[in-house]
Design a protein around this ligand. Sequence first.
Ligand code: AMP
Ligand code: ZN
Length: 467
Amino acid sequence: MALKLFNTLTRSVQEFMPLDPAGKKVGMYCCGPTVYDFAHIGNWRTFVFADLVRRTLEFSGYDVQHVMNITDVEDKIIKRVRENKTTLREFTGKFETAFLDDLKALGCREPHQKPRATEYIPEIIALIEKLVARGIAYKAADGSVYFSITKYQGCGCHYGQLLKLNLDEMRAGERVASDEYEKESVADFALWKARVPDDGDVFWPSPFGEGRPGWHIECSAMSIKALGETFDLHLGGEDLKFPHHEDEIAQSEGATGKPFVKFWLHGAHLLVEGKKMSKSLGNFFTLRDLLAKGFTGREVRYLLLTAHYRETFNFTLDGLAGAKTALARIDECVGKLREIAGNTSADADKSYLDQFSSSLDDDLNISGLWGKVFEWVRLLNTKIANGEKSAFWAARQLATWQKIDSVLGIGTKSEAEVPAEISSLAEGRMKAKWAKDFKRADAIRDELKAKGWVIDDTPKGIKLRKL
Ligand code: AMP
Ligand code: ZN
């Protein structure tokens, strides 16, 4: 069965086919964090979802190029920089580091590229210049450059691809300067914001005058630079559909005249007592809040991965306590299998892997997948309780779990104590070995050694230990 995903662009579940004629390479862009505060676990639901998509694609054999930007200049950031009487880089740097630490703690594979908006100002300016040259963008009396929806439509382009908009109610000439607005306020939006006193030191020179980019154009410029004018997958939380993603499509297609993205995926929100978890409502937990309560990153990851990505999910601390119990069941079973397997090795059980991957292929049916995992754990426990002693059988089950966990990314308890950087190097080495690239595998082994870790190839799989 082929991988099927819900494409917001077509409002339907479609078979995933990459643009690459060889069917191998996949370009994937996920809108990254706005680094003005610690990410809350609502945000993390979206980033863990992006990680699941990437891992599923890699499990299916695709060679994924995962790009996640860092939004380090926009309205909210500038306001905080002003309030904190600090510099942009100092302020955003602290939250960017915290974000990347949390990303590791949650077992997410690190994106291959993490472009910062402030390092792409020339690309952003060039994209705006293209839009101005095509007559789709204009400089207004306030000195800022706006995207003209009417001119865009005049070129035969469609504004409102991700959701239905009542454009007849839009008043001609109306403009919106702020990055965030409701769909009722659809209007020409800012690409380049002319410098105002409140911006302090945050401005760049440009052919349109001193100023700074709007939020939406940042993602168009960074994604095009990293993945090309047309790429496979673009992800984000459902609140980004409008205006952010709709505006990204308009800017990109307006500038290049080509389709921007083939598949748009949107994750539903994490709720707290029925309301969206958000900083403005004050009903949020950061990952750090939960770690301070004694929970682990893998427990939070597990909980965030229990619901289907298109269903809203209610977060509770009780749910997190349940995650602890569920993971303990898996850990216990894996522990017993390790004891029985001893030094024996075996390949994964393909029939089980096929069952697991059929759930993933079904638009990432994660609850179906967990159902199968726990049913399987129950069966294994029964077998062991009934005296199953075959080392080969146990090694086969362990190999199966390792493969399925390459998608789930929860690891097992002892692995969780290995730093994420080390386990991802070890994983890279394993992949190099699978690809028979022994030179690279050896180079990674040396790198691990330099970092103080030894990798042992045991019949039960790889083992990492400190030097
Ligand atoms: P931000 O840092 O605000 O730009 O948000 C980062 C990501 O988190 C975006 O993809 C948002 O759509 C997503 N997001 C924000 N709030 C929630 C929530 N309560 N549940 C799930 N995702 C969210
Ligand atoms: Zn974005």
